[in-house]
Design a protein. Structure first.
Length: 226
């Protein structure tokens, strides 16, 4: 049994997308969803901090952990995705070369794409005060990272080759918010093709059916910043 803690944000939706894909594969373990209301500060409660010391979502508690023993709490989306992929034997290849390619792009997402796109979104969408320098810096770096992924996807169906994996699951929710991050997919044809192919997957459509993009309403448009 898994307790899954999430919120409707790009990082939280990774877990939703992963579990929907497991459902389509027929291997989703029993689980209960817990919505963490970030605007109400529920991520700062002692109960949640005992699971996620960094007071961030997603987080999980596995009541039947790998290796047995007491329930296992986990935080940080990349660690959670890797753990659940290895536990279920799905969405990450066991071939060593492909496995490590998956893990390096998973790391790339949490170390680069997510933080830079998140900052671009913050200064364009959520910041009450306009800061042209900061917004331009992060929009440009996000554009560079889009280019990295676009070049990598040339001739590839998915990020780690021909098989859909946790690397794709980690990246896709961040690309979904591309307009809020000041990006146009028209400039990245390989990325656009990959993005649309994942959008069409039944698991993606179920996971994001009621999703409201937190970067959808742009307060400081990019064209005024460039």
């Amino acid at each position: 049994m898994l307790d899954l803690y999430y919120a409707a944000s790009p990082n939280g939706m990774k877990l939703k997308l992963f579990m929907e894909e497991l459902a389509d594969l027929g291997v989703a373990p029993p689980h209960t969803w817990h919505l963490v209301r970030l605007s109400a500060g529920e991520q700062h409660t002692p109960e949640f901090l005992a699971i996620s010391p960094n007071n961030k979502i997603p987080a999980i508690v596995d009541h039947a952990p790998v290796g047995g023993g007491e329930p296992l709490p986990m935080f940080e989306s990349a660690a959670i995705l890797q753990y659940l992929a290895e536990k279920t034997g799905r969405l990450m290849s066991r071939n060593p070369r492909t496995r490590f390619e998956t893990l390096q792009w998973l790391t790339w997402q949490v170390a680069g794409l997510g933080p830079m796109a998140g900052q671009a979104g913050w200064f364009r969408v959520h910041s009450l005060e306009r800061d042209d320098y900061a917004a331009d810096r992060y929009v440009r770096e996000t554009r560079r990272l889009y280019g990295v992924l676009d070049r990598h996807l040339e001739g590839r169906t998915f990020i780690a080759g021909e098989a859909y994996s946790i690397a794709d699951i980690a990246c896709w929710p961040w690309i979904l918010s591309h307009k809020g991050h000041g990006q146009s997919l028209e400039a990245f044809p390989n990325l656009a093709r990959w993005f649309e192919s994942i959008r069409e997957r039944p698991a993606t459509q179920r996971a994001f059916a009621d999703y409201r993009d937190p970067y959808a309403v742009v307060r400081h448009p990019a064209e005024e910043i460039a």
